[in-house]
Design a binder for this molecule. Structure first.
Ligand code: PEP
Ligand code: MN
Length: 347
């Protein structure tokens, strides 16, 4: 349930309410708006829900107690109507800010990553991606360079200024990844790895949460709620294609699901035209389609030499084609009245 404080509520009123929640076995999350403070009660109360809500109504300057009917709370638009802005470093996503995360599927070497980073920066990307711990379908495929890759990404950030996004595949990687990365990615195959979700939640770092291969929108939002339940609302959802009967594309980019999810959640949502299509020729049309459908950003795989890439060779864009695509992205951004790139001030 969500407790809406009246506009007259003082800090003491809020504290009294928080104490009342705690004494009844609830956790809480406070969201201070310009007009009102909202408090989300997290967990299951010791007492009966209806009577707890009536008791809370008796406290000073509590305006309303709203039961949440959805299986997710903190990430829902019932909790917060306005779309959130989530920052990766200083790159904003959401509420009219469009972010572009670009870079290779995997960090393969310092030279390959720096080359990619310089090119995507010059073309207008706002964040750099690159896998250090790769979730591969085959145990014999390239698994990533681990910490060495994280050091390379950090060097690329130092040189280009681009914040870095990289995946933590296992709870044992989180501490290390959090040390280097500006945002931690949770891969599609891990969307329902609840320990991983809770643990990245605890880092407080921005999280890019990919939709599972066969997850419904509701399951995806519940996964985000796991992260939020640890007090971390810096979550960017990523629609990366779901498995359908269609085999001409690697997955099916579910733009309707993305738009439907945006109706349900205030969290920003980005699309991944690379993994969803599996082919470089489909990346531009799906980037533009995602933008037009209201996505808050994209994540695009770019490799300086896709013909030599150690993974996902077919879907990675050359740096030249990425730059061409970015010209079209800028035009569409202006038509859609969304801002591309850094905003000088955190809002
Ligand atoms: C990735 O982005 O590197 C990746 C492996 O994506 P996904 O988890 O969506 O397959
Ligand atoms: Mn990849």
């Amino acid at each position: 349930m969500i407790i809406v404080m009246s506009s007259k509520a003082t800090d003491e009123d809020v504290q009294r309410l928080v104490d009342a929640l705690e004494s009844r076995g609830y956790g809480h999350h406070i969201s201070r708006g310009v007009e009102r403070t909202l408090i989300g009660a997290i967990g299951t109360p010791d007492g009966e829900k209806r009577s707890v809500s009536q008791q809370l109504m008796r406290l000073a300057n509590v305006e309303r107690v709203v039961p949440i009917l959805r299986p997710y709370k903190l990430v829902s638009r019932e909790y917060q109507e306005e779309t959130s802005i989530v920052y990766i470093g200083d790159a904003p996503f959401g509420r009219g800010h469009f972010g572009v995360i670009a870079g290779p599927c995997a960090v393969e070497s310092e030279q390959q990553t720096l080359e990619a980073a310089r090119a995507v920066k010059a073309a207008g990307a706002t964040c750099l991606r690159g896998g250090a711990f790769k979730p591969r379908s085959s145990p014999y495929a390239f698994q990533g360079l681990g910490e060495e890759a994280l050091k390379i990404l950090a060097a690329a950030r130092d040189e280009t200024g681009l914040p870095i996004v990289t995946e933590a595949r296992d709870t044992s990687h989180i501490e290390l990844v959090a040390e280097y990365a500006d945002a931690i990615q949770i891969g599609a195959r891990n969307m329902q790895n609840y320990d991983l979700l809770l643990n990245v939640g605890r880092t407080g770092k921005p999280v890019v949460l990919k939709r599972g291969l066969s997850a419904t929108v509701e399951e995806w939002l519940q996964a985000a709620e796991y992260i939020a339940s640890e007090g971390n609302l810096n979550v960017i959802l990523c629609e990366r294609g779901i498995r359908t009967f269609e085999t001409i594309t690697r997955f099916t980019l579910d733009l309707a699901g993305m738009a439907a999810a945006k109706r349900e959640t205030h969290l920003p949502i980005i699309v991944d035209p690379s993994h969803s299509t599996g082919h470089h020729s489909l990346v531009a049309p799906m980037t533009l389609a995602g933008m037009a459908a209201g996505a808050d950003g994209v994540v695009i795989e770019v490799h300086p030499h896709p013909d030599r890439a150690l993974c996902d060779s077919a879907q990675q864009l050359t740096t030249r084609n990425f730059a061409r695509l970015m010209d079209r992205v800028r035009k569409l951004a202006s038509a859609l009245d969304v801002q591309l790139g850094e905003s000088a001030h955190k809002e």
